[in-house]
Design a protein around this ligand. Sequence first.
Ligand SMILES: NC(=O)c1ccc[n+]([C@@H]2O[C@H](COP(=O)([O-])OP(=O)(O)OC[C@H]3O[C@@H](n4cnc5c(N)ncnc54)[C@H](O)[C@@H]3O)[C@@H](O)[C@H]2O)c1
Length: 453
Amino acid sequence: MKAAIFGTGYVGLVTGTCLAEVGHQVTCIDIDAAKIEGLNRGVLPIYEPGLEDLVVANHGAGRLQFSTDAAGAVADAEVLFIAVGTPPDEDGSADLKYVLAVARTIGEHLRAPAVVVNKSTVPVGTADRVRAAIGQSLAARGLDLAFEVVSNPEFLKEGAAVNDCMRPDRIVIGSRAPRAIEVMKRLYAPFNRNHERIVVMDERSAELTKYAANAMLATKISFMNEMANIAERVGADIEMVRHGIGSDARIGYSFIYPGAGYGGSCFPKDVQALERTARQHGYAPQILTAVEAVNARQKHRLGELVRQHFGGEIEGRCFAVWGLAFKPNTDDMREASSRALLEDLWAGGARVRAHDPEAMAEARRIFGPRDDLDLCDSPATALAGADALIVVTEWKAYWSPDFKAVRASLREPVIFDGRNIYDPAQVEDAGLAYYGIGRGRSVQRPAETRSDA
Ligand SMILES: NC(=O)c1ccc[n+]([C@@H]2O[C@H](COP(=O)([O-])OP(=O)(O)OC[C@H]3O[C@@H](n4cnc5c(N)ncnc54)[C@H](O)[C@@H]3O)[C@@H](O)[C@H]2O)c1
């Protein structure tokens, strides 16, 4: 089938590439000409495991095109995806200006009946607004073409996006139009062979499903961070508690890791947007408000621990920070907890020596050159001459350092473990003080692996 995708970011590029990989003819459109020009040369704008090879292969095979020519792509495609950003506007609601701009563009260039698919995360009722915007543009051209608007929210996880797209847990199709549902089922058939993954529902339920999923996951994280803060005060170890509750199948081990708060381009803005939607409809969502507030506070927990350790005074000190991306396996630093930590350290007059396996270019772009930030090319270089080590993102590369070497590099023997990836006893055996999130005194802990960080 012929598909055009508006927005060549995390969602648009991954979706377009996976659709091309299963044989569809895909054109990815973006208004960012530099991004499109780079992609046409095989240079990816984002880091996502496995994506580059697929992009190069499908582009080479002629199934995946990159273009800024919206008119050409609209005229040619049977399915038109909207996968542009929906950032928060001033009051935290989702800003729909990019989504509606694409809708108008589609209306300006449509020549034959088509299915318009909204993949951006958008408030309930947006499908109606997209439909109206396309209809107005068509009317301005004196045309009355048949088109359908489908809500098809995206559930991919950055860092595992290709796998999520190729083997989705579920494919939500929000539409009441039999023709559109049929087109979507044909498009996604290659992803639906092993078992039925397609869930068809009305548009509004599909739109709310996406927010409900993200709000649920954010709630689990904030809940565990609340438990961690209680554990700290009562002398318990949250990691023990995590094992104790995760073993209950009704609770499960997924997404109950305490830490330095959630970040990224989705949870913070989606929880906020859902909260605003609820309020606009006269409902005060108490859980969502608390989830946001707990997370906002948690992002400063590492900064607080550091200050406390140094007697409230960090001016003139230097800190090694491992991990800048909001989570491992991505270079995305949107709303990353590292940013709150760095701001806290800088506000206290400290300097930072930071490392991240993939987000260095992004950090350079965000922070620009500054005297109080050294971006170091290895974890070891970041340690040199630093007063303490702070781990913010749990990249695998940071999991098993030589603690004795860490100790030898640091001016003060202390580690702040913002993701509880270390065994406190092991750290302390190497002569380093250990601070985690919600952990009491060092006790022997079971070996473990994290799977869904
Ligand atoms: N990133 C994720 O993990 C993820 C997961 C699920 C859903 N989502 C949702 O998907 C949407 C897109 O997110 P993203 O992270 O891919 O965003 P992104 O910022 O990475 O990419 C958006 C792209 O859209 C382009 N764009 C803006 N206006 C355009 C226009 N008129 N025509 C063509 N291109 C245009 C931008 O230049 C940019 O390249 C958001 O609503 C987001 O909430 C994101």
